[in-house]
Design a protein around this ligand. Structure first.
Ligand SMILES: Nc1ncnc2c1ncn2[C@@H]1O[C@H](COP(=O)(O)OP(=O)(O)OP(=O)(O)O)[C@@H](O)[C@H]1O
Length: 601
């Protein structure tokens, strides 16, 4: 446990960078302010001593006013120093939290795009945010309180043994019991239980995100909330863990801790009763009473100090868990950057004996795939569902890195091409277009931030988006998703094509570009695609075989293998899987036309 605490703080201070110095200053000031806060108690002891010694001639007392001023000055100084310290720790904490978010985001920017398919965005964001928030509280408040309290505690222990060690030891005994109870909640097996409790919370967040995503499906199929068993189960698991941690682990030590924190004088009274007769006999009863008054008051600040340590320790525990969770983000796989990047010499794409298995899967998605796409050629990937088409397409821009085989663009291994150059080389249009909740203009300029409004307008025209822009209240400046401005699937697809056209990349990857379009939109999308694909190397995935007839080459993928390759006519002559797919496709098309005709009659 001790080791873990050290790690959390060291790691956090690493995130703070140069602002670490502010943390050190803040902690030192917090320690000084705590030392200042002890002085008024010493003054109280002096006042009580003088009062008792002066009985009944109180007019002889001279120094009480001085003690009062000293106590007041130290209290005020302590408060001012504490606030300056807090200012420093807050500045450092805000910067650290900002750095955690920045470093986390920078790391995620290097993660392969495929990582985001496999990890819910809500979970990744939750991990970064909770780590930043929890550590912010730790650095801004908890750490200063811990250091201050340790100094205060050490000062108190010294004072306790200065005046009367027996009374001091009785006060200290309740503190020790309190501390043992406190740490028993956090140490050993209980730390593991706390980690499990946090993991259950993580699982619940993930299941919650999936649940919200699936609400439309639930509504369509009239399912009740309980159909989402995973989410329900995760809530139950979380409640069980929380209940177990709070009820079984914390109840007894918490009660002991609170009893001895609030009743720090619990051993003091019996000790005083026990010592009083000998003090009377020895003739130093005045001194004995002074010490008793002092320890009775002093035990109150022990309670405050212990309560502070308790809250601060739970802060460290939270920060520890948060750091473990952020580690999961920081340990996300990253694409290896090439040290000596090479420049592709043309726009060809070549797969050489590529095999690929998704992480966590035992079956390869692709096995020994080899094919060549010459510059300017259009190659179509077809085949049954799960054949590996999307995987092939996503390996080209390095959504994932292959471990076996080589993928080349312009005769250079994609791993040896600078990331920015690679991204400039390839434009992709996915099945599910992602448009941001911003203006159409911004949405399109994402692919080329330096483009002028004129270039954007050209791209919109080339993607046949004029009708979309005309009906929008503020034209290209209309924010998508605001004031009832929603675009249909086909319209979104055309905006995405405008984005790809503006990017002007020499290699285009199309994944089911017309999948969700109605007939009207499909014609427009097809026209936009013609512009996008002109004089470019194109790799397209299509289920509608009518769209691939004119491709320079068709590659048939089945169960991760290339089983046929050739032009439309060549493949029909082979009388293999493609020919069967073509027959089925035509039959389906004929069936559709017949059904429509019958319906019309
Ligand atoms: N992110 C992933 N993690 C694990 N396995 C995956 C992942 N994506 C795809 N697979 C698996 O890899 C294999 C190939 O899938 P892929 O999506 O490439 O096929 P496809 O031909 O594009 O299918 P479809 O036509 O249905 O889109 C399948 O067995 C699939 O289950």
């Amino acid at each position: 446990m001790k080791e873990k605490k050290k790690n959390a703080i060291t790691t956090l201070l690493n995130y703070a960078g140069n602002f670490r110095i502010l943390t050190y200053i803040g902690l030192t000031l917090s320690a000084i302010s705590m030392l200042c806060s002890i002085v008024p108690y010493i003054c109280i002891w002096l006042v009580v001593r003088d009062l008792i010694e002066a009985i009944p001639n109180f007019s002889n007392i001279q120094n009480i006013e001085t003690y009062g001023w000293v106590a007041f000055s130290f209290s005020v100084c302590g408060i001012i120093i504490y606030f300056i310290g807090l200012l420093c720790t807050h500045l450092a904490a805000f910067r650290t939290a900002e750095n955690i978010r920045k470093i986390g985001m920078n790391h995620l920017m290097k993660a392969p795009l495929g990582y985001f398919d496999n990890n819910a965005s809500g979970l990744i964001r939750g991990r970064l945010d909770s780590a930043a928030n929890d550590t912010e509280t730790l650095l801004a408040h908890n750490l200063a309180d811990i250091v201050g309290t340790i100094v205060l505690f050490t000062g108190m222990v010294v004072l306790m043994f200065i005046f009367d060690w027996r009374m001091g030891a009785s006060c200290l005994l309740s503190s020790i019991i309190s501390i043992i109870a406190m740490f028993s909640m956090m140490g050993g097996k209980n730390a593991q239980i706390m980690a499990e409790y946090q993991a259950a919370q993580d699982k619940m967040t993930k299941a919650g995100t999936e649940y919200v995503r699936g609400i439309p499906v639930v509504k369509i199929f009239q399912q009740t909330v309980y159909s989402f068993k995973t989410f329900k189960k995760s809530i139950e698991e979380y409640s069980d863990k929380a209940e177990y941690y709070q009820g079984k682990i914390c109840r007894v030590p918490q009660s002991i801790n609170l009893t001895f924190t609030e009743g720090a004088f619990i051993f003091l009274v019996p000790v005083v009763i026990f010592l009083a007769p000998s003090a009377l006999n020895n003739g130093n009863f005045n001194n004995f009473v002074t010490n008793f008054v002092f320890y009775a008051i002093f035990s109150a600040i022990i309670s405050t100090a212990l309560a502070k340590i308790m809250f601060a320790s739970s802060g460290i525990m939270l920060a520890n868990t948060a750091l473990n969770r952020i580690d999961l983000v920081m340990k996300a796989p990253t694409l290896k950057e090439c040290i000596h990047p090479k420049t592709p010499i043309d726009n060809s794409v070549v797969f050489k004996n590529v095999s690929f298995t998704y992480e966590g899967s035992s079956t390869p998605a692709l096995s020994s795939i080899s094919f060549r796409v010459k510059p300017g050629q259009t190659v179509a990937l077809v085949g049954p569902s799960g054949g590996g088409k999307t995987t092939v397409a996503s390996l080209i821009p390095r959504f994932w890195d292959v471990k076996k085989g080589v993928i080349e663009i312009g005769h250079v291994n994609v791993k040896d091409i600078d990331q920015h150059v690679l991204m400039d080389k390839v434009a992709f249009v996915f099945q599910n277009t992602k448009l941001f909740k911003t203006s159409i203009l911004e949405n399109i300029k994402i692919s080329n931030p330096n483009a002028s409004d004129k270039d954007v307008m050209y791209a919109l025209k080339a993607a046949r988006c004029e009708d979309i822009i005309e009906k929008l209240p503020n034209g290209i400046h209309t924010i998508i998703g605001s004031e009832g401005t929603y675009l249909s699937g086909g319209e979104q697809q055309r905006i995405a094509l405008a984005r790809a056209i503006l990017k002007n990349a020499p290699i285009v990857i199309l994944d089911e570009a017309t999948a969700f379009a109605d007939p009207e939109n499909e014609v427009l999308i097809q026209k936009a695609l013609n512009v996008l694909c002109q004089n470019r190397t194109v790799i397209m995935i299509a289920h509608r075989l009518s769209t691939v007839i004119n491709a320079d080459k068709i590659i048939v993928l089945d169960k991760g293998y290339v089983i046929e390759e050739g032009t439309h006519d060549e493949l029909l002559n082979k009388k293999g899987l493609y020919q069967k797919m073509w027959t089925d496709y035509n039959q389906a098309a004929k069936w559709k036309i017949t059904s429509v005709e019958k319906g019309a009659l």
